[in-house]
Design a protein around this ligand. Structure first.
Ligand SMILES: [Zn+2]
Length: 334
């Protein structure tokens, strides 16, 4: 019986979503809980993915079971989570304000608890969201009055060319077919419209090695493979920040007319494999940034607890936060 070994050459069962090849290097053989999980980095282009990719039915079953288990006791987000997501929404709003001004039409794909959707809607953007999790979506609709649709990207359908901006925060890595997903989203953008993406950074040096890989994240992107994937569906990169000092990779693309099939960057595969070799628990624990991040997390958690103790509703919690940091009048504040 073939026993997988980390960093061994590997022939994946599933072809690469970017270049179609079936040749790779195993960068991980266990998920964050220690269960077997093969993660392969494509030798030709550096796109990194779980192999074999689960079927659509397997994935649907996984989400149904996981959500039953994890969300039974917390069907709606708690106030500390609302506050945390509100802080993140404010950071993302800085970028949004540069890309599109109200009353621009915005689609938030994977809207979660609706904190970001509410910020945009309250600032005059015409906001539509998609959120498959029933508890989170219904909470957001009731609490903030935002227009969130059920289901996943596969279920969604909008007129071509209708949106000025589409946001995709920690969603693309869940798609079984990210190329098809990006193509679908690109078609919904107006010519010149923007796609704003955030995914876990495949080259990160600041994330715990034991916490990186798991079953629901099917793809792991470094800047080069993500850019090539976007260009293949007619999206031109404006900003791609995948520095190893960041846990997340952030990118903004603009819808352009033509598609491009660039030659792969020869070093893309080696960079991902090397990042995985370097990502040891010892290095993580000895890193100064680990402790700086832990300190700022502790500070953030204390603020979240204070927000929860105030006993306000989700809406009042966000109103207080947003009024302070993103006033309704005067764009100069951002
Ligand atoms: Zn490839």
């Amino acid at each position: 019986m073939f026993a997988p070994r980390r960093f061994a050459d590997y022939t994946p069962a599933s072809p690469c979503n970017l270049c179609g090849k079936r040749e790779g290097t195993l960068v991980e053989i266990r998920d964050r809980h220690g269960a077997p999980l093969n993660v392969t980095c494509c030798r030709a282009c550096g796109l990194t993915y779980v192999d074999p990719l689960p079927s659509a039915a397997e994935l649907a079953r996984f989400y149904a079971e996981r959500y039953r288990r994890e969300y039974k006791s917390a069907e709606a987000p708690r106030i500390k989570h609302v506050f945390r997501a509100g802080r993140v929404a404010l950071e993302r709003f800085r970028t949004v304000a540069l890309l599109a001004q109200p009353p621009a039409r915005v689609l938030d794909c994977g809207a979660g608890g609706g904190e970001f959707a509410y910020l945009l809607a309250s600032r005059g953007y015409r906001l539509t969201g998609i959120e498959p999790n029933d508890g989170y979506r219904e909470f957001a609709r009731a609490e903030y009055g935002v227009d969130l649709r059920p289901g996943t990207l596969d279920d969604a359908s909008f007129a071509a060319g209708g949106f000025d901006l589409i946001t995709l925060f920690h969603v693309l890595e869940h798609f079984r077919d990210p190329r098809a997903g990006l193509a679908k989203l690109a078609a919904w953008l107006k010519p010149g419209g923007h796609l704003y993406v955030e995914v876990p950074n495949a080259l990160t040096e600041v994330s715990s090695p034991s916490n990186l890989y798991h079953y629901a994240h099917l793809f792991y992107f470094a800047a080069d493979p993500l850019t090539r994937l976007a260009r293949a569906v007619g999206l031109v990169p404006l900003l791609v920040d995948g520095a190893p000092s960041k846990a997340n990779l952030t990118a903004v693309f603009r819808r352009d007319g033509g598609t491009a099939n660039d030659e792969p960057e020869p070093s893309a595969h080696a960079r991902v494999v090397e990042a995985n070799r370097r990502r040891t628990l010892r290095r993580y624990l000895l890193s100064g940034s680990t402790w700086a991040n832990a300190a700022s997390r502790l500070w953030a958690r204390a603020q979240e607890k204070r927000a929860a103790r105030a006993g306000l509703s989700g809406r009042a919690t966000l109103d207080a936060l947003y009024e302070k940091e993103a006033p309704r009048t005067g764009r100069g504040a951002l």
